[in-house]
Design a protein around this ligand. Sequence first.
Ligand code: ATP
Ligand code: MG
Length: 557
Amino acid sequence: MSEEKKSLNFIEQIIEEDLKTDYKASDLKFRFPPEPNGFLHIGHASSICLNFGLGLKYNAPVNLRFDDTNPLKEETVYVESIKSDVQWLGFEWAQECYASDYFQQLYDWAVELIKAGDAYVDSQSSEEMASQKGTPTQPGTASPYRKRSVEENLALFEAMKNGETGEKAHVLRAKIDMASPNMIMRDPVMYRCLHKAHHRTGNDWMIYPMYDWAHGESDFIESVSHSFCTLEFLPHRELYNWFVKRVSKTGDLVPKQREFARRNLSHTVVSKRKLAQLVEQSIVNSWDDPRMPTISGLRRRGYTPESIRTFAESIGIGKRENMIDVAHLEFCVRDDLNKKATRVMGVMDPLKVVITNYPEGKEEWLSAENNPEDESAGEHEVPFSREMYIEQEDFREEANRKFFRLKLGKEVRLKNAYIIKAEDVVKDENGTILEVHCTYDSESKSGSGTEASQRKVKGTLHWVSIPHAIEAEVRLYDRLFTVEDPTADKEKDFLDFVNPESLEVGKAYVEPYLKSAKAEDKFQFQRIGYFCVDRDSTLDHLVFNRTVTLRDNWKNK
Ligand code: ATP
Ligand code: MG
């Protein structure tokens, strides 16, 4: 096998084979077909990257198709969120399509099927029909309505369409084979009556097509060459082909359904239905709550489109379902933000430091590199003064030789500033440290080129000048579920595994450079983690979401 061949995933191999046999390059066309019944999640990102990625690779159009055949669950807000998520991920669709735009065509074809004796109206209850399905090893039983005349079927189907029958009175079924070893081929339902307004077609239709009847036909109408879906549709492929065969003519280019494995992510759920439960039961605040594995939640959390695309590419496309550790997703965003996020300083658990030999009332603006990974990112200025905050955990009165932070009698460097030495502590009557008194080496300013500025001290601490500090709200997120797979135990409800500590709201004192930071701006709070400005943030009340800590520390818990 050549290098090129080896690096193709199995979906690309299918396409390459098809290009050698029945397809020209210009025949290739793909689609991403979400049902607008919720917000897209990280699993959908895999499917988006697969389909749009193939479009880019083969220079082929990719449609965004809304599979909107169930008015009970679908809404325009979901359509809008899906469009914005796909765009945000960086993809462009050729056409925006809706299965509901094909309702008339699908109906006309269904009438043709009835006329050809390939479909009939069944007037049994769904329980009766279920009881006739048989088992994988035993054939099903034919419905007593299977022999209905074409005229009667046509009249009833029209009455169903106009809402003149009860909702539960009839369904339209394909007449295939009640003895087929593939249960899905045992006269599947094509239409059901639903007297419900649709978000796009209003009250035009009182019958709605089932997935199997709508999907392949929509692919055919749009001249999609390859229709990629997840593995649970593998047994539906035979029906997909059966339907497409009935609406196409010999010589037509017909779409092919091919299947790949769903991607699951640890410590969360990737199912719109389950995510909807989290929202409805107020376990999270919204679909774009930063704890959600939705694309909009990840975006609000501070993920970049590149990090999600890299994630999807790196896990690849597989034939077997598996669970991806969320730590891998976090690795991808850390890696991307390391290249992009502006370095700033913020203190979350403050301890006051007074530099006793620094003149009262004096301030200096020191320059700080925005990103050591990216020279073009430039610099900004950080104010220095006599009174600072450092983190509580960065100071000890006494500590062993391995403690490279501040301790009495020893020196550390304040990042981008001076070397300070801890001289004394001021305590309250309970022995709690109120202030640490330090002296600074006025010759040691970072970047000043003096001999003292080159002096090596073991520790470097982040800090903020107290008179300049801005108080901000920080939202610290943790995994939404305490276990890897909250759906693994079928005896239990996945909601039993919600992590009660998935959100901790805290405070941080941040440098004044952050004053005018805008929603979605991304920063590295040095030595702490990556943070992103939340959309709740205002000029008077800054709010930061912690995207991810600097290192993976879940395993230590
Ligand atoms: P959900 O159960 O979350 O609603 P779905 O498969 O019903 O998922 P659709 O809106 O029908 O959601 O999905 C659109 C496309 O995304 C389909 O082709 C589907 O197979 C794919 N997809 C959905 N979830 C995943 C996943 N976890 N991994 C990979 N692809 C997925
Ligand atoms: Mg679905």
